[in-house]
Design a protein around this ligand. Structure first.
Ligand SMILES: [Zn+2]
Length: 304
């Protein structure tokens, strides 16, 4: 039953890619306006679970989303870590046309990492500021919310802000990472599953080049094709490079496990990844706009 449904989805998506190539796609995303969402988040301080900055961002997201979406779901729970700590975590789901059967899901993580322990880190006692790692994906989703508030979508759209993506050690304590996406996979928003899902992570690097990601190509190759085709149609074929490079453990995998055709849009060639230098000067409104234009165009394309 599941594989039959998946086959049907593949065919629908292939048809959409083939049928819509001639349609002009608008560039609707406000790059400079959305870049301010990165600045605001960085100004809160590192959004590490258990800190005041994390609470400030939660309140800010809650307010902004309720002003823009038709419905907002706040999922609150407590996560017990491998070390025995209790983390108060929250996912937000901002829903446009919550009753629509045909819908898309976009997601990003809103927490930032407690320790700058990346391969290029010079000081692992500090948390990660997360201008690119965390804040950029959130800014894409918020800019999409602005565009959909201005011109409501023809289909349903869910914007999922997951918490606790980056808290723990990816190899030694896998339960302490991807926490929010795992929680959402077990507690999805009511109604039909999305046609597909796109995760946005590390998407505002000044030197933006987005290669196709390995686990996305394994789990949902037709969605990768659709997203890269859409980028090309918008004139962004130089940024969205149509070849694979990295293979990553990221939030899309938790959604794939429950049958959602999820992919990762990520520029993993980022020298400041998991360092204290993941700061506002490393990201740009022009880069953010490219990814945001692609996201909004995906919504408009499905509504044609
Ligand atoms: Zn990270």
């Amino acid at each position: 039953m599941a594989s039959l449904r998946n086959t049907a989805r593949v065919l629908v998506l292939v048809g959409l890619v083939a049928g819509c190539r001639k349609a002009a796609l608008p560039r609707e995303f406000d790059g400079p306006g959305s870049f301010r969402y990165i600045e605001t988040q960085v100004a809160f301080g590192p959004r590490v679970p258990g800190t005041a900055a994390h609470q400030r961002e939660a309140a800010w997201l809650d307010t902004l989303l309720r002003q823009r979406a038709d419905t907002v779901i706040a999922q609150r729970w407590t996560h017990g870590t491998a070390k025995g700590d209790s983390l108060a975590l929250t996912n937000y789901v901002a829903r446009f046309k919550p009753g629509a059967a045909k819908r898309l899901l976009f997601l990003a993580h809103w927490d930032s990492r407690p320790t700058a322990d990346g391969p290029a880190s010079t000081d692992s006692t500090k948390p990660v500021p997360g201008a690119n790692d965390g804040a950029s994906g959130v800014a894409v989703l918020l800019g999409v919310a602005d565009a959909l508030k201005r011109t409501p979508p023809a289909i349903g759209v869910d914007l999922l802000f997951v918490d606790g993506e980056d808290y723990g050690d990816f190899t030694k304590a896998p339960n302490d990472v991807l926490i929010g996406s795992r929680y959402y996979a077990a507690h999805p928003a009511p109604g039909p599953q999305p046609l597909y899902a796109v995760l946005f992570d590390l998407v505002a690097d000044k030197d933006l080049q987005i290669y196709q990601e390995g686990n996305s190509l394994v789990g949902a190759p037709e969605v990768v094709d659709l997203v890269w085709t859409t980028a090309k149609d918008l004139g962004y074929g130089g940024t969205f490079v149509g070849t694979p490079k990295h293979t990553l453990i990221d939030d899309h995998l938790e959604l794939q496990k429950v049958g959602i055709r999820a992919i990762d849009v990520v520029d993993f060639d980022y020298a400041y990844w998991h360092t204290k230098d993941d700061t506002i000067d490393k990201v740009s409104p022009a880069s953010l706009r490219i990814v945001g234009d692609v996201a909004v165009a995906l919504v408009r394309r499905e509504g044609e």
